[in-house]
Design a protein around this ligand. Structure first.
Ligand SMILES: NC(=O)C1=CN([C@@H]2O[C@H](COP(=O)(O)OP(=O)(O)OC[C@H]3O[C@@H](n4cnc5c(N)ncnc54)[C@H](OP(=O)(O)O)[C@@H]3O)[C@@H](O)[C@H]2O)C=CC1
Ligand SMILES: CCCCCCCCCCCCCCCC(=O)[C@@H](N)CO
Length: 359
């Protein structure tokens, strides 16, 4: 027997005669625990690096597209109440003038100004760029841009006019790209700024009746994530807001033709007041949070769909880690209930069709 063989048989004797390997699961558990502790410590260490400094709204120039109505108007008012200078952007001049008067009621000092610009944000980039330039000449560089101009179309996929898919993409997606493109260079140069995109809960989950709308709102998330990665080193922060149904002229109009299924599913997370949505969005944008959600369903949806989106606080990251599995479990129940809503609506429709035929 060579000395080599002796050594290996000694090792194998030791391995099999001792029951040290029974400890293996515990050792592995310890290693995993050590990793978790190290990871949490690391996150804590870098947390000051990832929490941006809040933006001061007093004296800041805030541009709100879609600022003449609904959520946009309330966002303008919320910023104005905190001392900002406002540029309202929308198409209809009369609505703009009316909104300007409403916003001005909330002045906190006599220097504040509300400027109105009539332009279609979705058509011609050079036009959008030139009006933003005009606004910057009058009120200074834009500190915060809120992309709120948008519209909704609902209906079953095959019933929505194909042209509507294009127009929704133009208004909701390109209408956010153009103003952002017009302000981002200056923001990067000044090493400060906030860009807000108003998506929707329907931009976090695809919903019956929203094939055209949901996709245009999902697009904003992709844009926001990519842009945030580019501009973070320049101290510019991007926020995507995901409001539920909100009591605005847009919702009233939408409800006239919305499929019953869409209505019933949307009711899950209730109807919000635009003033409340505005408060939450402005707070999150000022803090530089990437996601802005409203209500318990909004909170769960954002944690569940966080994917590879950036975190802006250690608590946000830890909450996502801890809640993900639980929220997915809850989501399965929601999905089950949506399926049953859709099935019930279908059966009801077929029954009423059959009874119509009989008559
Ligand atoms: N209400 C809701 O339930 C929810 C709404 N949202 C989103 O919030 C945003 C605002 O909605 P809401 O306040 O309800 O809608 P409103 O219809 O009340 O307001 C829309 C605003 O956008 C402007 N606008 C529309 N199209 C254009 C355009 N092409 N160029 C410039 N301005 C335009 C409108 O003015 P004008 O027509 O004069 O141009 C108006 O000021 C939308 O993006 C919507 O998708 C998200 C979740 C829920
Ligand atoms: C853990 C999982 C929780 C799941 C909760 C699911 C709740 C779904 C509600 C979807 C509501 C969509 C509202 C769209 C509003 C909108 O954008 C239009 N009104 C625009 O006009």
């Amino acid at each position: 027997m060579s000395s080599e063989e002796g050594l290996s048989s000694a090792i194998s004797d030791w391995l099999f005669s001792n029951s040290w390997w029974l400890l293996l699961p515990f050792i592995m558990l310890l290693v995993v625990a050590a990793f978790i502790v190290a990871f949490v410590l690391l996150l804590y260490m870098i947390s000051p690096l990832i929490s941006p400094k809040p933006l001061k709204l007093k004296g800041a120039h805030v541009v709100v597209t879609g600022g003449s109505s609904g959520i946009g108007k309330c966002i303008a008012i919320e910023c104005y109440k905190q001392g900002a200078f406002i540029t309202l952007v929308a198409r209809d001049e009369n609505k703009l003038i009316q909104a300007k008067k409403e916003v001005e009621k909330f002045a906190i000092n006599d220097k504040q100004v509300v400027l109105c610009i009539s332009v279609d944000v979705s058509k011609d980039y050079s036009q959008v760029e030139s009006v933003i330039k005009q606004a910057q000449e009058k009120l200074g560089p834009v500190d915060m841009l809120v992309n709120c101009a948008g519209m909704s179309v609902s209906g079953k996929f095959e019933e929505v006019d194909v042209k509507r898919f294009q127009s929704l993409m133009e208004v909701n997606y390109l209408g956010s790209v153009y103003p952002t493109r017009a302000v981002i260079t200056t923001m990067k140069e000044r090493r400060m700024g906030r860009v807000v995109f108003i998506s929707s809960q329907a931009g976090q989950l695809g919903l019956f009746g929203y094939t055209a709308y949901s996709s245009s709102k999902f697009a904003l998330r992709g844009l926001a994530e990519a842009l945030q990665m580019e501009v973070k080193p320049y101290n510019v922060y991007v926020t995507v807001a995901y409001p539920p149904d909100t009591d605005t002229p847009c919702l009233t109009e939408e409800n006239k033709t919305k499929p019953l299924e869409t209505k019933l599913i949307s009711e899950t997370s209730g109807v919000c007041q635009p003033e409340h949505v505005a408060k939450v969005v402005v707070r999150d944008a000022v803090q530089g949070n990437f996601s802005s959600s409203i209500g318990p369903d909004g909170y769960m949806l954002s944690a569940l769909t966080c994917g590879m989106s950036p975190v802006t606080s250690i608590t946000e990251g830890l909450q996502q880690i801890v809640t993900m599995g639980l929220f997915r479990t809850i989501a399965l129940f929601y999905l089950g209930s949506f399926d049953s809503i859709i099935r019930r609506c279908m059966i009801q429709r077929e029954q009423s069709k059959a009874s119509d035929k009989r008559e």
